[in-house]
Design a protein. Structure first.
Length: 490
């Protein structure tokens, strides 16, 4: 039996130009500068106008616009089957974090030189040569070092190392030999604490290397015998168990607090170059008014190559056009199309970023004028989207990866966005304001008797913020503040 049905399907297709624009919008300043430079290198139809200004550009551009439809035999690109996910894959998006470096206007060299240095494992391996080891012992010890992570820990169990040595290195040894090399050689290397299998062992290694005072001796007992009670801060039980007073326990804890829980970081941090943030926007205050500027001082001013436009003009004036000329001009026109699209996308990116950030700046005008975080109004992506008439995803692309410099510091734009809660007076307040008040209350608490979540709930309610205890707990965790028991001090 035949059955006829009519189905209506609404499907939104994005053109390659729209996809290219979205990809440019989400790039921060330094990555965008790199992207423009790459396009200049890849597309010969693009020129850097800032390096060589062409007075005839305007006329040639108009002529190019008129010629764009003269070639009826060109191939038409069908965009109906374009999948946006293919264009927005993670592999296509440059890793802008590797490019974020600050520089001033008068800097000549915009790149940061990276010095060649030895790795953490190489640093440890070099210390092996100071020991008298057999060739096989050296191979085993070197293999162990290769399994130490960036924190300085050897987190794999001994038996697994023995098995791997047999299968991958053809070295047959015993767990006792591996453990001997680990404890008596590797764990005696610098930085102190390296090669530990867990935090408890790491702290003990470091305590053994300190001057053995009474405080250090007590600290060793706390870590070796009562590690669980110590981490849970059961101080009264510990004082009773070891028959010590507050001062003695405090001295022991002070010794432990001076230890390094991640010894490997002490090496890696000294060899890393600190990456700085390049702001995308700058906000100045001028006579009580806010002024917004977009950082684009290193982005070349783009134009269509006059040489490529002349190629089309020459082709148009040629009477007898060969097939080879037609193929060449199709290549030229394809590059010119791409160049024209890119120039348009760069300009649209600039307009989109400025338009979006200006709306955010006006929404949070009180904060940008005063720097008072309590003036930050509740703001979600939809608030800005409705103001500028753009999609929420566009606002998200601008906010999630862009930084703004203000008289009060540089920060990620998305940090300005927050949900709202209603206080006792019926006013909507930002969750950022509540978190700041929560931080202040906890900072001022008596560390001998830290405030529980229930008590924090009561205090905020007294301040006019009726918030549930579970919400307090959520905000506390977002601020990386531990529970009351773990904030306790003696």
């Amino acid at each position: 039996m035949l059955k006829q049905e009519l189905n209506l399907k609404l499907q939104q297709k994005l053109s390659p130009q729209q996809i290219q624009l979205m990809k440019l919008v989400q790039l921060p300043t330094v990555a965008f500068e790199q992207r423009v430079k790459e396009e200049l290198e890849e597309n010969p139809a693009l020129d850097d106008q800032s390096s060589e200004y062409d007075e005839d550009y305007g006329g040639e551009q108009d002529e190019w616009d008129n010629q764009s439809d003269d070639f009826g035999d060109e191939k038409v690109i069908d965009t109906s089957d374009i999948n946006i996910d293919d264009y927005l894959s993670d592999d296509d998006i440059p890793n802008y974090k590797t490019y974020t470096n600050n520089y001033s206007d008068d800097d000549e060299d915009k790149s940061v030189p990276y010095a060649q240095g030895e790795s953490f494992v190489e640093f440890l391996t070099s210390q092996l040569y100071t020991n008298r080891l057999t060739s096989e012992q050296f191979q085993i010890a070197e293999f162990i070092l290769g399994n130490i992570d960036d924190d300085g820990y050897m987190r794999r169990d001994i038996k697994s190392l023995v098995d791997d040595l047999a299968f991958s290195q053809n070295i047959y040894t015993s767990p006792e030999e591996v453990e001997n090399l680990l404890i008596n050689y590797i764990q005696r290397m610098d930085p102190v604490g390296v090669g530990a299998r867990d935090l408890q062992e790491c702290l003990l290694i470091q305590l053994e290397n300190k001057n053995q005072t009474e405080a250090v001796e007590l600290a060793k007992k706390l870590i070796s015998e009562s590690f669980d009670a110590f981490t849970k801060k059961h101080y009264s039980k510990l004082m009773a168990k070891y028959d010590v007073d507050d001062d003695e326990l405090r001295d022991a804890i002070s010794e432990i607090e001076r230890l390094n829980p991640k010894p490997g970081k002490s090496f890696s941090s000294s060899s890393k170059i600190v990456e700085q943030i390049t702001p995308d926007f700058t906000i100045h205050i001028n006579d009580g008014d806010l002024e917004l500027s977009l950082n684009g001082r290193n982005v070349p001013e783009l134009k269509i190559s006059s040489a490529f436009a002349e190629m089309l003009d020459t082709y148009k004036k040629t009477e007898n056009k060969s097939n080879q000329q037609k193929e060449a001009v199709m290549f030229v026109k394809q590059k010119l199309d791409s160049a024209k699209w890119f120039i348009d996308a760069v300009q649209q990116r600039r307009n989109t970023l400025l338009y979006t950030m200006e709306a955010i700046m006006k929404f949070q005008k009180e904060y940008f004028l005063t720097g008072d975080e309590t003036k930050i109004k509740p703001m979600i992506l939809k608030d800005i989207s409705d103001r500028i008439g753009m999609d929420i995803s566009t606002v998200s692309r601008v906010a999630n990866s862009k930084y703004v410099t203000t008289p009060y510091g540089t920060f990620l734009i998305k940090d300005l966005f927050s949900e709202s809660l209603t206080n006792d007076e019926g006013e909507e307040v930002s969750t950022r304001e509540i978190k700041r008040i929560l931080q202040d209350v906890i900072a001022d608490e008596d560390k001998r008797k830290p405030l529980t979540d229930e008590k924090l709930t009561e205090i905020l309610k007294e301040k006019g913020y009726p918030i549930a205890r579970r919400t307090i707990a959520k905000y506390r965790e977002q601020l990386n503040i531990p529970v009351a028991r773990l904030r306790k001090e003696i």
